[in-house]
Design a binder for this molecule. Structure first.
Ligand SMILES: Cc1ncc(COP(=O)(O)O)c(C=O)c1O
Length: 447
């Protein structure tokens, strides 16, 4: 259906338009290249679709304004970090106050108690610890799972993403060997020694991998969200829980992105029963904050360890972890956002965004698909994938880039490495309609 020649020409035109309309971002990028590696403060910022990244001036609610003064409907929301909406007033008030009270000490603050209580209410897990990123929450949870089970291996699903955790940045080659994932710069060890990988939704392979009883933990998102949205099939979670219990493996559920389903994430909504749960990104409203929770049973085994003199070098934590400033931001966020009302406003918008895209896919008889998961929706240039491998095989970088750039040039930001839209309560139905219109124009321009 897609005319690739037309696509190339159209991409070049959109690229020219981008350059012409963003002189100030271009200038900032020129300056950036003098002292920032690759001209960006963080490698993945190279993944924006234009020839140089946009530089942000400000962000508020569901809008971002760039240094050239263009205003965008922001469906990226800091890749979930700003799922609460950018810069909400309650957060500004809390952090201004906290910045004049205490930022970091070596002591617990009372906010830690309130945050742990709020997390327990939401996720129905007994005890909590903190981290400053979801990556670290996962790293710490895995380490503790190994400690509790006295096993060394972990299991993840192919094309998962749990942050920059070495043992999880893996995939499997054609011969079924676990190898570092493409793009994983260098692995300090052979990941086949640490990690087993099976396809999401493949319960037979999962049981085969757990049977040898050497796997400390399965770490998974309840639905994959980082290779597009891949939903669990009926009965998958029940069986996954059962197999973990049967083979003495701990189940760690990463709710960092699936908090888009409701106040207690996917797990609360669908009755999952993890042994440990990790979460980061939006819980501090964009201020670095993450947490991991555990059942009373796991906590009992770990609390013995907490009294040891060498606990400071346990490999868990960091000097600034659980600092007073991030905990205050987290307390304010959990008290004011990601609430029932938040989802009542944002989920219908995400659904109607998906309906709009679906309608156009059907109208033009494309074999594409669109998935919805709570306040998050995402389209694919293929039928809905069943697992990470199918999803990865269907990636079309040229089309991705074109759709993103076409949208960006018309004031819509999509998350750079996804065809994803995430909704906050600040988005409106006009934002959805605008996206549907632009999506249709994008499709028409390359048929
Ligand atoms: C499910 C999941 N877990 C963990 C992470 C890591 O988050 P961070 O980069 O904030 O550490 C991500 C990042 O995209 C994620 O999607």
């Amino acid at each position: 259906m897609i005319d690739r020649g037309k696509l190339k020409g159209a991409l070049a035109r959109e690229s020219d338009r981008f350059i012409e309309e963003h002189p100030e971002s271009k200038e900032q990028y020129r300056k950036s290249r003098q002292h920032l590696l690759g001209g960006v403060p963080m490698a993945w910022m190279k993944r924006w679709p234009g020839p140089f990244p946009l530089f942000a001036r400000s962000a508020s609610g569901a809008k971002v304004i760039d240094v050239d003064g263009h205003s965008y409907i922001d469906f990226a929301l800091g890749d979930t970090g700003a799922m609460t909406g950018h810069a909400p007033a309650y957060l500004a008030d809390a952090i201004i106050d906290q910045s004049q009270t205490a930022i970091t000490t070596m002591m617990p603050s009372q906010d830690a108690i309130e945050v742990a209580r709020a997390l327990s209410d939401r996720f129905e897990l007994n005890k909590w610890q903190f981290a400053l990123s979801a990556t670290d929450a996962n790293r710490f949870a895995l380490r503790l799972a190994r400690f509790v089970t006295k096993r060394t291996k972990i299991l993840v699903f192919d094309w998962c993403y749990h942050g920059t955790v070495d043992e999880t940045l893996v995939t499997i080659d054609e011969a079924g060997r676990v190898i570092p994932r493409l793009g994983n710069t260098t692995s300090a060890f052979d990941p086949a020694q640490t990690t087993k990988v099976v396809q999401f939704n493949d319960l037979v392979a999962l049981e085969e991998a757990l049977r040898s009883e050497d796997v400390a933990a399965v770490l998974t998102e309840p639905a994959l969200t980082n290779i597009g949205i891949v939903l669990p099939e009926d009965g998958f979670h029940e069986k996954l829980r059962g197999l973990c219990t049967k083979y003495g493996t701990l189940l760690i559920i990463d709710e960092t992105h699936t908090i888009c389903v409701g106040p207690g994430g996917y797990g609360k909504q669908y009755g999952l029963k993890p042994d440990l749960l990790t979460i980061g990104k939006p819980i501090g409203g964009g201020i670095p904050s993450a947490a991991f929770g555990m059942t009373g049973e796991v906590a009992t085994q770990l609390e013995k360890m907490m009294d040891e003199d060498s606990i400071d070098v346990s490999g868990i934590g960091g000097t600034l972890t659980a600092n007073a400033f991030s905990l205050r931001a987290t307390r304010a966020t959990l008290a004011n956002s990601l609430s029932k009302g938040h989802y009542e406003a944002s989920i219908p918008l995400a659904r109607s965004w998906a309906d709009g895209v679906r309608e156009i896919i059907t109208r033009y008889e494309l074999d594409w698909s669109v998935q919805n998961l709570g306040s998050r929706s995402e389209y694919w240039f293929c039928p809905a994938p069943r697992n990470g491998k199918e999803a990865a095989q269907a990636i079309d970088p040229e089309l991705d880039r074109y759709f993103h750039l076409f949208a960006l040039n018309r004031s819509i930001l999509l998350t750079p490495f996804h065809n994803m839209a995430l909704f906050s309560p600040y988005h409106t139905s006009t934002d959805v309609e605008r996206h549907t219109e632009v999506f249709q124009d994008t499709v028409e321009s390359i048929l």
